[in-house]
Design a binder for this molecule. Structure first.
Ligand SMILES: [Zn+2]
Length: 337
């Protein structure tokens, strides 16, 4: 089976990240999401059932709180920018801030673990989003950042959708920014006047779908741009080699535009088979080491295109299994439209 997960590899990465991941310790929540997501889509969450409550507590330990809920969200790792006083007590400092990509990863991981998000400081998270939107509608990931682009627009939309509260963003400005990021060839760029990119196109389409505004764009022309990204696997940009993660970025985009029937899954499957490693998991291309991101994105893509049976379906706009999406709909204490 192509999607068969090497449990030992995924479980080991959950408990302790390998040396190669040390620089990613400050975004540990994303690595956790890619590991949990693999177990979820392959219906193997029973492997961590015994420690499920501990994992939930560990994720909540990343939550950032300020007085009066002026700001909220999650940090990427428990040691991001932390300082300790001479007695070893934790001291908040100016770099210890929530990051919206990490908040998105935390919320998804909690849903995968079956949590009802009851301990999320919803008011703080929504107030935190208000601090991050620029005049042109784009978002930055955290207060001290200067990076404004579509990636963080998507995170803001997904967080608002999950918490069923869009009052943290100026929706009209978001829509204006997304539409302006569409390039001459109908793909979307990360920011204004840049080159079309598969990841940015996913962020644009998923944001529009979460806002129920996909009709604002020329869907047929965008679908054509996406379909032309297939060689055997998908590539993210013109003239770049295929890469397994675009099985999700491009695949989910095609799915949101209802175009999966136009994709030739035979060469796609062959490409993915070549990228599977002997350690289990997938690298970004043939002869590459496996990593959590590319392994998760490949399995998500296999689900989207129905290449392999036995996987859970995917809610493409949130990048969440249908089963975990049901947790969001049925367990969380707010009405989801
Ligand atoms: Zn990649």
């Amino acid at each position: 089976m192509l999607a068969e997960v090497d449990q030992k590899l995924v479980l080991a990465c959950l408990k302790m990240i390998p040396q190669q991941y040390i620089s990613a310790d400050t975004s540990r929540l994303t690595l956790t999401l890619f590991a949990l997501g693999q177990l979820d889509l392959t219906k193997n969450l029973k492997e961590i059932e015994i420690s499920r409550a501990n994992w939930i507590d560990w994720i909540y330990a990343h939550q950032y709180l300020t007085e009066n809920n002026q700001n909220g969200g999650f940090r990427g790792g428990l040691f991001s920018g932390h300082k300790f006083d001479k007695n070893g007590n934790y001291k908040k400092d100016e770099y210890d801030l929530p990051h919206i990509a990490m908040t998105y990863a935390a919320l998804l991981s909690l849903l995968i673990l079956g949590d009802d998000l009851g301990r999320v400081n919803k008011t703080g998270v929504i107030n935190g989003l208000k601090l991050l939107q620029s005049e042109n509608g784009s978002f930055k990931p955290c207060e001290d950042s200067r990076e404004f682009d579509l990636r963080f627009v998507f995170c803001a939309c997904a967080i608002s959708y999950i918490l069923n509260d869009f009052s943290g963003l100026n929706v009209n400005k978001v829509l204006e920014f997304i539409v302006k990021c569409q390039a001459y060839d109908y793909g979307f760029a990360q920011n204004l006047n840049l080159e079309s990119h598969g990841g940015s196109t996913y962020c644009a389409l998923a944001s529009l779908k979460l806002l129920n505004k996909l009709d604002l764009i020329d869907k047929k022309a965008t679908l054509l741009w996406l379909l032309k990204r297939q060689e055997d696997g998908f590539r993210g940009r013109i003239n770049k080699p295929p890469d397994t993660c675009y099985t999700f970025w491009i695949g989910a985009s095609i799915s949101m535009l209802e175009g999966t029937k136009f994709v030739d899954t035979v060469p796609l499957k062959t490409f993915l088979e070549c990228c599977k490693t002997k350690y289990g998991g997938f690298g970004k291309s043939e002869n590459c080491h496996p990593d959590l991101l590319h392994s998760y994105m490949t399995i998500a893509g296999l689900s989207i295109f129905g290449i392999e049976e036995g996987l859970d379906d995917l809610n493409c706009e949130l990048n969440l299994s249908k089963n975990s999406f049901e947790t969001l709909k049925n367990s969380c204490n707010w009405n989801l439209s």
